[in-house]
Design a protein around this ligand. Structure first.
Ligand code: ITT
Length: 199
């Protein structure tokens, strides 16, 4: 089926389209819409539901939203729901990922507890009273320096001990199999299949 995806982030669309292969994901731009959403929630879940509901309100057709980010317990949960704008302060534009990653490494200088996890909260809205939310995580550690060129955002810093590599150093297919977004997307795929008859 065709699903509108409530995001401006082309990396998310690419990763999700590779998982939801049997569906056609359309960005608001593909659908001729100019969509933006101010995230005011206090959790990934609230922002994911908010984004999906707002686009559904405007478009009136099935919508999927992904709100995601990086959580670092030693930084009291930062960057968390502010992952996309972390380190940007009052700047009008968000920092580019390499600068943001440098900013994060600076914050963590000298810290020995480098545990971190990614979160992805995914919402499918079929009508204003009919929606489904899946939230998944990926555990890892913050590396001492960036490495790798795959993926996006914090991937070059996100070290997976069981691989001995960062997420940016593993093939994209493998990221999709194990990541927060990959896991949430696979559950969404199964859900969509089970809902087939009722949509
Ligand atoms: P939309 O709101 O338009 O979907 P966004 O990039 O602003 O796009 P979020 O508010 O969900 O999306 O912020 C997610 C940020 O978290 C993203 O910009 C990255 O910096 C980071 N992030 C999320 N998933 C990631 C992943 O798989 N790998 C690396 N960084 C990720």
């Amino acid at each position: 089926m065709e699903i509108l995806i409530a995001t401006q982030n082309s990396h998310k669309v690419e990763e999700l389209q590779a998982i939801l292969r049997e569906h056609k994901l359309l960005t608001p731009r593909d659908a001729g819409m100019d969509f933006s959403f101010e995230e005011k929630g206090t959790s990934f879940l609230e922002n994911s539901l908010g984004k999906a509901m707002e686009l559904f309100r405007q478009a009136g057709r099935p919508v999927l939203a992904d709100d995601s980010g990086l959580v670092i317990p030693a930084l009291n949960g930062e960057p968390g729901i502010y992952s996309a704008r972390y380190g940007s302060g009052d700047l009008e534009k968000n920092l580019e990922a390499p600068e943001r990653n440098r900013y994060l490494l600076g914050k963590m200088e000298g810290m020995t507890n480098r545990e971190a996890f990614f979160v992805c909260s995914m919402t499918l809205v079929l009508s204003s009273e009919r929606f489904f939310i899946v939230q998944e995580t990926l555990n890892g550690e913050i590396a001492e320096q960036p490495s790798g060129t795959h993926g996006f955002g914090y991937d070059p810093l996100f070290f997976l001990p069981e691989y001995g590599k960062t997420v940016a150093e593993i093939p994209e297919k493998e990221k999709n199999r194990i990541s927060h977004r990959g896991r949430a997307g696979l559950r969404m795929k199964a859900l969509l299949k089970s809902l087939e008859e009722t949509i």
